[in-house]
Design a protein around this ligand. Structure first.
Ligand code: PGA
Length: 309
């Protein structure tokens, strides 16, 4: 293989296909026509002299050559990113780029803080991804963003974590639920109620399941839904109870669309952390945003359980 025949454009396309695990999704993300994308990957494979993907059933997988090329692409992307940061540093914080990845629970807080930050630094270009814990941990492992707002930091990754704000989890129910006003409900009793859970991979779900397992209780899952919004609607519709971040339900509790239950052991005290890979050189824009988050910490709204009636 002659590396001089590789183009950056081809490498970017290849990496997108590798990351999305699909030609169609990569084409969508890059706003390219699927045939253009396939042609570029085909030419790249010809230059490399080996197949880069193999198709098994409907899915595509990287071959050994594909894995080696993907690692090289990530190194190149990383180096170019650092070059961009060095250039931005030469121009100062006001011209930088900031790539954030935040938890679905933090989206009730961080975008508001970002608004203030952007107003103070109008020259900074910001991209923000919102995802569940699993998605963010994967992105962190691949060093795809500058800063992450995560809950429990992943144990298997070498990262720097700075606690930034409280993220208490609270049990919620529809108004008029029979447990309204009952004091210190045992966790085992709440576990008998039909539960609405977030999708697997959600940190909220993981914490909830661990709490009930530690109390020897198994949850009766009525429904699994993929967002905090959908959990709230389902609970408000009377299908069951749930445990969610207090930040996500403040408005519904204030309006009386949902109520908080008084369950022993709650709220589950969690903290959001600002996380980045150990050894990562943070850009001036990332450093400025980190400082902004610390200076504008939101206070957690732990709701008082609703009284009976
Ligand atoms: P998630 O958020 O449930 O969207 O993964 C987890 C958290 O707030 O820790």
């Amino acid at each position: 293989m002659n590396p001089r025949h590789l183009t950056l454009h081809q490498l970017r396309i290849f990496l997108a296909v590798a990351q999305h695990g699909s030609f169609a999704r990569a084409a969508e993300a890059l706003h390219l026509a699927p045939p253009t994308l396939s042609l570029q990957v085909k030419q790249l494979a010809q230059t490399v002299g080996q197949p880069l993907f193999e198709q098994i059933g409907k899915r595509i997988y990287l071959t050994a050559a594909g894995h080696a090329l993907a690692d090289a692409c990530r190194d190149i992307e990383d180096r170019l990113q650092r070059l961009g940061e060095d250039m931005a540093a030469l121009q100062g914080v006001e011209r930088g780029r900031l790539r954030l990845a935040i938890l679905t629970t933090a989206k009730y807080v961080v975008p508001k803080l970002l608004g203030g930050f952007c107003a103070a630094h109008p020259g900074i270009e910001v991209a923000m991804v919102v995802g569940n814990r699993e998605t963010l941990v994967q992105r962190l492992a691949q060093n795809q963003d500058d800063l992450y707002v995560l809950g429990q930091p992943p144990e298997h990754l070498d990262v720097v974590c700075e606690a930034f704000a409280d993220n208490p989890l609270v049990p919620i129910a529809p108004p008029g639920h029979p447990l309204t006003g009952v004091r210190a409900i045992p966790p085992q009793r709440l576990a008998q109620e039909p539960f609405i859970l977030r999708e697997p991979g959600s940190g909220t779900r993981l914490t909830t399941e661990r709490f009930f397992a530690a109390h020897g209780a198994r949850l009766r899952t009525r429904l699994e839904v993929g967002s905090n919004e959908a959990v709230k609607q389902t609970v408000a519709g009377g299908l069951g109870v749930a445990v969610l971040s207090a930040h996500t339900v403040a408005a519904e509790l204030a309006l009386g669309d949902l109520i908080a239950l008084d369950v022993a052991g709650f709220p589950l005290l969690r903290r959001w952390q600002i996380v980045y890979p150990h050894g990562k050189r943070l850009s001036p824009a990332a450093l400025a945003f980190k400082a902004w988050l610390r200076d504008h910490r939101p206070t957690a709204a732990v709701p008082s359980p609703s009284a009976a009636g």
